[in-house]
Design a protein around this ligand. Sequence first.
Ligand SMILES: Cc1ncc(C[n+]2csc(CCOP(=O)(O)OP(=O)(O)O)c2C)c(N)n1
Length: 283
Amino acid sequence: MAAATSDETIRSLETTAREIRSDILRMTHAAGSGHPGGSLSVCDLVNALVFHELRLDPTRPDWPERDRLVLSKGHAAPALYAALALRGYLPREELLTLRQLGSRLQGHVDRGKLPFIEASTGGLGQGIGMAVGMALAARLGPTTYRTVAIIGDGECQAGSTWEALLAGGHYRLSNLLVILDRNGYETDGPTESIMGIEPIADKLRAFRYHTLEISGHDYREILGAFAEARSVTTGPTAIVARTVKGKGVSFMEGTHTYHGKAPTSAELGRALAELGAPGGAAQ
Ligand SMILES: Cc1ncc(C[n+]2csc(CCOP(=O)(O)OP(=O)(O)O)c2C)c(N)n1
């Protein structure tokens, strides 16, 4: 049974989540493009990983023992960039260079450009394969890192996702955690009407994953699931995290409209006001 999470831990994560959400909105607004919807849905999961769960050290980004985080749904790069900046991996001001020519912050994460980006992703269905490879490599030692892959539900429509998941189960990779951001939407609409993936938890179980279903916005559930995953020694764990696309901004929630569309200046003001962040403009 996982240890209880303290109120202080939750409050601290809620504070960083607000900052990350505000930065996702500011950066995509500055770029005039990007993917706010799926960045906001995955925000609490990335936040909990970067600020609580992962073994990492911003002063030693290439520490061999660091845990590996692979953002397989690489278009949610703003969420990871914002969390890494807040954690001290890059200057926060640099976030506003998102998607500019020559910037280290490309629209999809690029391993060669920034510390703690473990895999260049963006082509859906690719990062999960690289994560399985990293987990297999860790077995060769002498390092003991764990690998976490974040995949999207639309991404589950890519066949290569299943090939990689199959290998993770086959090799009983207990050092691998796969988190599914189950926000229900992809670029053009609801995942279930485009190419349904249900019953997704049963499928993952059939692929030999210890599978948990949680709310991807409830920090007690998130940290509890992470702790449980750590205790599983027989094979990989999958967390199906139910999330809301656009979470935290009322007019972005539960729609695919902001999948690949930046907020306008007026929308940014409204969104920041809702989050209680500086720069917010009451309507
Ligand atoms: C192989 C591949 N095909 C198509 C795309 C274009 N694309 C980018 S995001 C996206 C939808 C992904 O949906 P989902 O995984 O649910 O992302 P989320 O809603 O979590 O942002 C698509 C089709 C891509 N990046 N890679």
